[in-house]
Design a protein. Sequence first.
Length: 562
Amino acid sequence: MTAPGTPPPDFRTLVTYVTPYRTTLLAACILMLGEVALSLASPWLAGQLTSTILNGKTTLWQDYETIMLLWVGLLALQAILRFGNNYLLSSTGARMLSQLSTRLYDHLQALPLSYHQQLRRGDTLSLLTRDTGILSQFVTGTLVSLLPLILTFCGALVMMLHINLQIGLLAALLTPLFVFAIKLLGRKIRPLSSQLSKEYAATLAQAEENLIMLPIIKAFTREPGESSSYQSQHQNLLQLTTHYLRLQSMLAPCIHFLAGSGIILLLWFSTQQLTKGLISPADIISLLLYGLLLTRPISNLASVYGQIQSAQGAGERLIEVFATAPEPGEENNPNLPPAKGGIQFNNIHFHHPGHKDILKGLQLTISPGETVAITGVNGAGKSTLAHLIMRFADPQRGEILIDGTDIRKVSLSSLRSQIGLVSQHVLLFNSSIMENIRYGNIYADEDAITAAAKAAHALEFITQLPNGFNTRIGDQGVQLSGGQKQRIALARALLKDPPILILDEATAMFDPEGEKCFVEQCHNLLHQRTVILITHRPASLALADRIVHLEDGRIVEPEALS
């Protein structure tokens, strides 16, 4: 929800998603207009039929069979127009939803990591599913249907005024009552709709988090507590939903009651005029049917108003996301030339928003092809250095140079394509081992993938699996051990074959024998590139040409260690 004092969201942002479908939507509107025109003809035909039956003649036709046949023909044509309209709107809605979801996903990918770190995943999933669906349905269903509703109302009112001026004016005077009732109840629906979306996202986030944390929940026998917590969250959602539906349910009956009362009033007034000979029975039939046509748009407006409130809330949330600036891609900047691997950190100051400085004037120079190990206590900022090189974040002061080029002055894609990262917290896809390793280089053949797996000391356990490289590893590699997941991540980075490699506690899950084998195999691999090795493990430190220590936000050389 937008903070107080923030400018209102600019809904013109969303117009760009409707513009490609304007021709189809215009065609649907034309079909709707035809359907409205035909629906307005039915009450008039009913009056003509009544006049023919009562008087035995009509000014246009001599028998009622002709009128009935014409009426059936109009209804058939109306059905055809409705089919075309429904098909155009439903297919357009599906395409619009797909486009909006895809663009939203692309935008979410382009946002900085800091943005996603502030959200629960349920919030993002709710945007991608619920809010985009509400908005798409609003444009192709609610918004487009407003035109025929308005035209039906105006057309029916004009016909009533044409048949009998007094009764038509009475119908026009009753209209503000409907508008007042809709506004009175509808103003409470919008804030509830916004709350409902937030509660839905929170429920989705809790369910997703608990399923991910299921091993911990089971290990601490917290199933009853988590079930109770989820039930409580769902109860909040249920209460809001019930309150929302109660208001929605009240709106339609109120409108129907007022509409029915209005029809009865019109009928009473018509019979008074009939007894005075001021109106014919045929006109009464037409007026009543036009009165019913008049109340139908008003009754539909009750649900339309609620849908408008829901769509406005969804639109505000989507606009807020689209208004968030993506990370600066600098794609207009020149590409980083093929890197030799020289890295300089010059006077780097960095802190997360609202926190103290992590890095305080950090200075570090790494020569091309050098392997530098960085040690330090937890929270000293070792992993922060890795994020700064990748430009997942930028320092508040200072500069980072690769081969003398400021990394903020080159395109992000050219920078990141030349850096391989293996972090302590391994992220793997729910696919095969082959596909996870190939993610480092989608053009790599099986021989290259096998070589990378061997270099990462992963080939031995992979070949022992029933399906080998084709083994699916589950969400986040749940079917693999911690050490196996790290080996897969390492193989992925080695397959990328970058000139700069960052190993952030990459062997933390290795057993001593596995780490020893890895170190032996990596001597030849690592000397071909610049390596930043973040580790505390003695065996891995043996790979380093130089060891530096990060303390109090600055680099301390070994001989200066306290």
